[in-house]
Design a protein around this ligand. Structure first.
Ligand code: AMP
Ligand code: MG
Length: 336
């Protein structure tokens, strides 16, 4: 980095990650530590303890990777939404580094960061974002100076639903990639399978989605003796199609013709394929950032931190408290 660089700290949930952008806004790969619970879901306090233990080592790694503190103009951090104890660790690291290196801090909206890194990586101007992650599932578009949530899950995030289904079947966390593998293996041997034979509830409510019913129904399939691979395939087909349907309606209503994926579930080949087919049929475009920028990462926080610093300035210390419930549409978009 030769001046103008920004460091970004991500700590909303299971991932503590530090990344950066250089003065031209180009991201570098992040250094990350992932909290993996021994059993069950993520306990916020345990995840926060993990982040606190790993923070020093990650800062050391990022310095050893060649980042010179004198080239860093600000420290950006995820201010929300997320798990309170985890967010507080990231914010504390940002304040500490800011104070040590005598640079300002910039609190950013985690969901908006997914959009901005995606726009930058895929060269998209004004996309509809399908944000499919562990804790969040939203369809978002920019209108009148904010990223508006046009549709979202009414219960759990799609990634958490997949992880929960995996856990019920003794598959390790994170469950999404394992479900994808089992679904592919089963489907490649059962190409003529009929989805109706493994039907699950299809929960699209207007522009919103829901995943707890589909989770319960998929568990019933395997309890009835349906092969796990078949249940994984059906679970993917139904839950992904629901997301793509809402995204398509958002494109139709807003008149936008770009679809941008974000969030860890966007690493899945099948949901990307569905997005590509849908946008092709509409004469639009589909963009998927590289997986390292789809999952939670510090570089995306640095990317948004840079935009905010240039357009609306840093975050005063007194306004730097974390906000667990920060909504995508609460953040003013002051950049192009
Ligand atoms: P994030 O919350 O954005 O960091 O993303 C994490 C979520 O992405 C977890 O719920 C994972 O199970 C999910 N995930 C990661 N890779 C895949 C994949 N290939 N297919 C489906 N879900 C995935
Ligand atoms: Mg995320």
């Amino acid at each position: 980095m030769a001046g103008g660089g920004i460091l970004g700290i991500e700590s909303t949930a299971h991932t503590l990650s530090i990344g950066s952008v250089n003065g031209k806004g180009e991201p570098t790969p992040s250094h990350s530590a992932f909290f993996r619970p021994d059993e069950g879901g993520i306990h916020p306090r345990e995840a926060a303890d993990h982040h606190a233990r790993k923070a020093g080592g990650l800062v050391k790694q990022i310095l050893e990777s060649g980042i010179d503190p004198t080239d860093v103009d600000a420290i950006a951090f995820s201010q929300g939404p997320g798990l309170g104890p985890c967010l507080r660790v990231g914010a504390s690291v940002a304040r500490a580094l800011g104070s040590k290196w005598k640079v300002p801090i910039v609190g950013v909206n985690h969901c908006v960061a997914h959009i901005e890194i995606g726009r930058q990586q895929c060269g998209m101007d004004d996309p509809v974002l399908l944000y499919v992650s562990g804790g969040n599932t939203q369809v978002i578009a920019r209108m009148a100076g904010r990223y508006r949530v046009l549709g979202e899950t009414l219960d759990i995030g799609i990634g958490n639903m997949l992880d929960k289904f995996a856990r019920e079947h003794d598959l390790p966390f994170p469950g999404g990639p394992k479900i994808e593998k089992l679904a592919n293996e089963w489907h490649s041997e059962n190409l003529s399978a009929d989805l109706d034979d493994y039907a699950l509830p299809y929960a699209v409510h207007g522009m919103d989605l829901a995943f707890s019913g589909i989770f319960t129904a998929a568990c019933r399939l395997t309890q009835r003796g349906v092969p796990l691979g078949a249940a994984c395939w059906s679970l993917q087909e139904h839950s992904f199609a629901a997301c793509i349907e809402v995204a398509e309606r958002a494109m139709a209503h807003t008149g936008k013709n770009e679809l941008l994926f974000g969030g860890g579930v966007a690493c899945n080949q099948r949901i990307k394929e569905m997005g590509k087919i849908m946008t092709q049929e509409r004469g639009g475009e589909c963009g998927v950032p590289h997986p390292q920028f789809c999952v939670d990462n510090g570089s995306m926080i640095a990317t948004l931190g840079r935009l905010q610093l240039l357009n609306s300035g840093p975050t005063p210390l007194l306004s730097s408290a974390v906000n667990q419930g920060l909504r995508t549409d609460e953040t003013d978009i002051t950049w192009l």
